[in-house]
Design a protein around this ligand. Sequence first.
Ligand code: 5HY
Length: 243
Amino acid sequence: MLIKVINPNTTWSMTEKIGECARSVASVGTTIEAVNPSMGPASIESHYDEALAVPGLLEEIAKGERDGVDGYVIACFGDPGLDAARELARGPVVGIAEAAMHTASFLGRGFSVVTTLGRTRGRAWELAARYGMSSFCRNVRACEIPVLELDIPGSQARDVITQECKRAVEDDEAEVLVLGCAGMADLCSYLSAEVGVPVVDGVAAATRTVESLVALGLSTSTRSEYAAPGPKQYVGALRGFTV
Ligand code: 5HY
C-alpha cells in the first residue's frame, strides 16, 4: 500500500518530521511518501496562507494519481483543500484535524484542541462543527507560537504547549487533547506522559485511518459531490490545472 502524506506548506524540515511520524505508525507493507509542494507558503497560519497552499496541494494529488497512490493524508490542521482533493483522488483523502477529532471522540466525553496562533482558532471550531464534533470539543486553545518556531532549538515552545495542555485538562476538564498543528506531532508521547490524558496527533491518526480505509477497500463516493471535476479551461498561472 502506498500512502502519500502531503504537508501543504513548503518547509522541508516539517515535512521530514511529518514523514517520520507517519512511518512510525504505518503497518508493515505500507510505504509512506512524505512531500510538500514546490510552491506555496512556508507555513499556514491565516486564511490567505491556506488559500494559496491549495494549488500546490492539488498538484501533489495529481502527481500521486499518476504514480498509483492508494490514499492521501493532508498534514495541516486546517485540512486545506480536502474537498477538492477528494474530487481528484481515486483513493481516500483524510485531513489531520478530521482524523484527530474523530479519534479523540472514541477516547473520552470531551477533548480540547491545543494549537499555535489564536487567529487559527476560528478555523478549528469551524472544522469541529463540520465534522459533527461540536458536542465533543470543549475548547480550542492557542499557545501564540508561530508554526515555524516550534522547531527552533532551545525555544520555550514545548514548555508553553505543556502548560496550555495542563490548563486544558484543569480548566476545560478535557479528557483528551488534540494537537492543533502537524508540527507538534513529535510532542505527542511526551505531552501524554506530562498531562496524564490521551493526546492525539492527527498525522498518526490520519495515517492509520487512510490505511484502514484502503484495507477495507473503501474510497470517496463519486456519486455526486466528490465526482471528478468536469473538463474545464484554466488560464494564466493556473493553466496547468486544466482538467
Ligand atoms: C499546520 N499550519 O498543521 C497548521 C497549523 C496551524 O503550516 N501546519 C501549518 O497553525 O493552523
